[in-house]
Design a protein around this ligand. Structure first.
Ligand SMILES: [Zn+2]
Length: 466
């Protein structure tokens, strides 16, 4: 069985295709989201990669071996980086992955400790460096101002990968070549075929991450579409009017993180106490990260389970983070990673996640399409023309949904590529809004001109006027 998902992005701001990590198209290459101006782009997934992460229950000896492996990998990384730098500085020669990989056997004869690490793990280290340089040059070409690849300090290099083989998983027992066996805390079964295994150290704990090829299982919910509007007050507002609050762990935890930082600065460098303090900070960061991930996973799972099509704004997160006053709140919300979860879960389930250009979605009235100008602080949409009263974000979510469906129907692509279920099937859920009636195929594509032409959407009696 193969997955088929269409990913459509319409954005006027972005020109370069963006790589979605972990997704491959039918040619085995990593999939791209094409950010086009007016066109629709299709991406089909025959399979997708999914990561499963488990804690390793380590013994002292295994832990020492993992540490030692990590150290050797880090040393190799730094040495390879040094070689590239020197070769270029002194002779103007650029050294690539191949040239460095052929040196590995010789290095092993000189350094027997390097030979204690699996050969593919070492090759993977060099590939990581290659990627770092590729990204660096790409960004230079794009006119960015990236930092030159850096030497990795002891706390900055914390994972190594078995890219093809060298591991064996038997129940909860993982055996790694040249390291030994260890027990995993298998919180859930590994799905699909294991592609690669990465061992990672995070805040003093060790994890095994299995990257697996997973076949998708497309399923229809009976044709529900929804649009998401992101904002800073809440994480998102849906076109149904549901408001999902943004739990601001980071800000809450911030005070504690700052305290940890001060605590570290009071300790002598290289001391045992400092080490302990650093670990404490790392753990605090890890906790925030885990809470966020957990929340986002659950939310994205629910949205994908309940809907066949999800429309969202293509926000320029990078640019927004650059404008610093919004930066902290936006990274706090971590919209990008949330969106990624929605996209890959949708792809896996054979659903659609479609990006829509956000222009004027806030200002436009979702019923009469008049422009009602409002500043950032104005949270309520009150239309003088038709009298529509809505929270600002709900209004823009409805606009995103309207635009999405209009574009989508007009393109005709979505309908043919996905077949009947979306347009024909009856809804399992009672349609709460007119938008869903449109999705349910009550309307031929060419006649759709917006909400009011159907006269479906009525003013909301539920909201108290502010
Ligand atoms: Zn209006």
């Amino acid at each position: 069985m193969s997955t088929e998902a269409i990913l459509v992005i319409d954005s006027r701001d972005v020109k370069t295709p963006e790589l979605i990590p972990g997704m491959k198209n039918r040619h085995g290459r990593e999939a791209m989201i094409f950010l086009l101006t007016t066109h629709w782009a299709e991406i089909q997934y025959d399979l997708m990669l999914k990561a499963f992460k488990y804690r390793i229950g380590t013994s002292k000896t295994v832990e020492q071996k993992l540490e030692a492996t990590l150290d050797i990998c880090r040393e190799l990384y730094n040495a390879a980086l040094q070689e590239r730098r020197d070769a270029y500085k002194q002779c103007g020669v650029s050294v690539n992955y191949q040239a460095q990989a052929t040196q590995l056997p010789d290095i092993k004869t000189v350094r027997p400790d390097v030979a204690t690490v699996h050969s593919q793990v070492l090759q993977d280290v060099l590939k990581r460096l290659q990627r770092a340089f590729e990204n660096f040059f790409r960004r230079v070409r794009e006119g960015d101002n990236p930092g030159y690849p850096r030497f990795k300090g002891k706390n900055r290099y914390d994972s190594f990968t078995y890219p093809q083989g060298g591991w064996k998983l038997d129940g909860d027992k993982l055996t790694l070549s040249k390291i030994g066996s260890m027990r995993l805390k298998l919180s859930r079964p590994v799905e699909g075929d294991i592609n690669r295994v990465t061992i990672k150290r995070e805040a003093g704990r060790w994890y095994a991450i299995f990257t697996c090829e997973v076949e998708a299982n497309p399923a229809s919910t009976g044709g529900c579409a929804i649009a998401l509007d992101v904002n800073l007050e809440n994480l998102l507002t849906t076109s149904d009017g549901e408001v999902v609050d943004n739990p601001r762990w980071y800000r809450k935890a911030e005070e504690f993180l700052a305290w940890c930082q001060r605590w570290i600065s009071r300790k002598k460098k290289g001391s045992k106490r400092r080490k302990r303090a650093v670990l404490r900070l790392q753990k605090a960061h890890a906790k925030v990260k885990n809470q966020r991930r957990d929340f986002q996973h659950k939310l994205s799972r629910r949205l994908v389970n309940e809907n066949d099509v999800i429309f969202f704004e293509t926000l320029q997160i990078k640019n927004m983070v650059k404008s610093h006053c919004l930066a902290k709140s936006i990274s706090d919300v971590a919209w990008g990673s949330f969106l990624f979860m929605v996209i890959y879960k949708a792809a896996e389930a054979g659903r659609l996640a479609i990006g829509i250009s956000p222009h004027w979605t806030t200002q436009e009235c979702s019923r009469c399409h008049a422009l009602v100008m409002k500043g950032l602080s104005q949270r309520w949409h009150s239309c003088p023309g038709c009298g529509l009263q809505l929270p600002r974000d709900h209004n823009s979510a409805r606009n995103i949904l309207a635009r999405g469906i209009e574009l989508w129907l007009a393109s005709g692509q979505g309908v043919t590529a996905r077949g009947g279920p979306l347009l024909g099937a009856p809804a399992k859920r009672e349609p709460a809004l007119g938008c869903e009636s449109v999705v349910h195929g009550l309307l031929p594509a060419h006649s759709f001109r917006g909400w009011d032409s159907r006269g479906i959407i009525e003013p909301y009696p539920f909201y108290p006027t502010p």
